[in-house]
Design a protein around this ligand. Structure first.
Ligand code: HEC
Length: 122
């Protein structure tokens, strides 16, 4: 019985540690799920980020570091704002918090996605 309690305590402790770990660092695997989910931000258009940005379409190595973005003819100030623009306009959802975990995870995955989909030089 005592051993059982001990095991439960250990399990509980390690899941708390795991949860804390994913809060501290951005989680690209979670970001991938969000990127491919039509439900991000409560989206209602049935589209996910991947629908339009498959194979890295519209992305370039500068995508993560631009000072200004032009999205569908609209000037947008920063990366998080661009992502929210796409969530609101393309996914027809609601903006997610700019400094929240979902945004961090999405951006973490975006850098992997852009690297993986870089076009070979022509
Ligand atoms: C309906 C299609 C569509 C969907 C869905 C979509 N986007 Fe976009 N996205 C665009 C278009 C179009 C542009 C801008 C291209 C242009 O105007 O040059 C863009 C631009 C961007 C840019 C800026 C790229 C750059 O280098 O300037 C980022 C970052 C981005 N989208 C992220 C996302 C994310 C994250 C999602 C999912 C939440 C998403 N997009 C969903 C169509 C879409």
């Amino acid at each position: 019985m005592k051993r059982m309690k001990m095991a439960i305590t250990l399990l509980a402790t390690s899941s708390v540690l795991l949860a804390a770990g994913s809060c501290l660092g951005a989680d690209g695997a979670h970001g991938k799920l969000l990127f491919e989910s039509p439900g991000l931000g409560g989206g209602t258009s049935g589209k996910s980020c991947l629908t339009c940005h498959r194979d890295g379409r519209d992305f370039s190595p500068e995508t993560l570091s631009r000072k200004h973005y032009l999205v569908m003819g609209n000037p947008v100030a920063g990366l998080a704002e661009v992502i929210n623009f796409c969530i609101e306009v393309a996914l027809r959802g609601e903006a997610i918090p700019e400094n929240g975990e979902e945004m961090r995870d999405l951006i973490a995955y975006l850098s992997v996605f852009i690297k993986d989909n870089r076009k070979p030089p022509q």
